[in-house]
Design a protein around this ligand. Structure first.
Ligand SMILES: NC(=O)c1ccc[n+]([C@@H]2O[C@H](COP(=O)([O-])OP(=O)(O)OC[C@H]3O[C@@H](n4cnc5c(N)ncnc54)[C@H](OP(=O)(O)O)[C@@H]3O)[C@@H](O)[C@H]2O)c1
Length: 197
């Protein structure tokens, strides 16, 4: 069975957006979190148009290549302009987790309103043995609470944003992590953790 992981670009003070993210505004005033996707000279083999530094391309493509399906929170879906009716990943089906109907979803997108377990189960099935990627701080936190996350990746960008949406929200108990790899790269440090069980 595939794994479940989240990989987010995050500031040193723990934000995955700047202030006032939203539809049409993307990451708000935190757009520099994504600069390293485009500041290099090594094209991604998975995402068209991404040009990363060589060390970032190795890390980024390794994770991107593992993904068979995505579970994104409703905020990520809305703030990303509903991914234009498609998916944030070129080869992975999108599952949107929400408490509310989303009549505008296309046939390439699936809404799940019955909780994180169901969303991850549906994504696992669609992933066909590949991994499930989680998008959004709320979704990652829900999945951690349910004990469903295998790995957490911080693409840590050297900035203190001072505000925005946090990667991790409140948890009822500690979650211990084991550092698998730390890769310094231009404009970002890639921190790959496994969740200890
Ligand atoms: N820096 C990065 O790499 C990166 C990556 C991904 C996303 N982002 C950004 O992060 C922001 C979103 O993060 P976020 O933490 O605010 O939100 P999120 O995790 O994307 O979405 C949270 C929403 O998902 C729904 N949800 C969560 N758990 C649920 C459950 N158990 N059952 C049903 N629905 C559930 C709820 O929606 P409703 O109650 O409204 O239905 C909740 O408000 C966006 O701006 C996005 O662009 C950044």
């Amino acid at each position: 069975m595939g794994k479940v992981f989240s990989a987010h670009a995050v500031s040193v003070d723990g934000y995955i957006t700047g202030r006032e993210p939203g539809a049409g505004r993307g990451l708000g005033d935190g757009t520099m979190l994504f600069d390293w996707y485009f500041d290099g000279d090594t094209p991604s083999q998975v995402f068209d148009g991404f040009k990363l530094s060589a060390p970032s391309a190795r890390v980024f493509d390794a994770f991107a290549g593992r993904v068979g399906a995505i579970v994104a929170g409703r905020n990520t879906y809305e703030d990303s302009d509903r991914f234009g009716g498609g998916s944030p990943h070129p080869a992975a089906r999108l599952f949107v987790l929400s408490h509310r109907p989303a009549p505008e979803l296309t046939e390439r997108q699936t809404l799940v309103t019955t909780g994180i377990q169901d969303a991850i189960a549906a994504a696992r099935e669609a992933a066909g043995g590949k991994d499930v990627g989680l998008m959004g701080g709320g979704v990652v936190t829900e999945a951690l609470k349910a004990g469903l996350v295998d790995e957490v990746v911080l693409h840590q960008v050297p900035v203190l944003l001072g505000g925005g949406r946090p990667f991790f929200q409140a948890l009822p108990e500690h979650v211990r992590l084991r550092l698998v790899e730390a890769v310094p790269a231009p404009g970002v440090t890639h921190l790959h953790y496994e969740v200890e069980r």
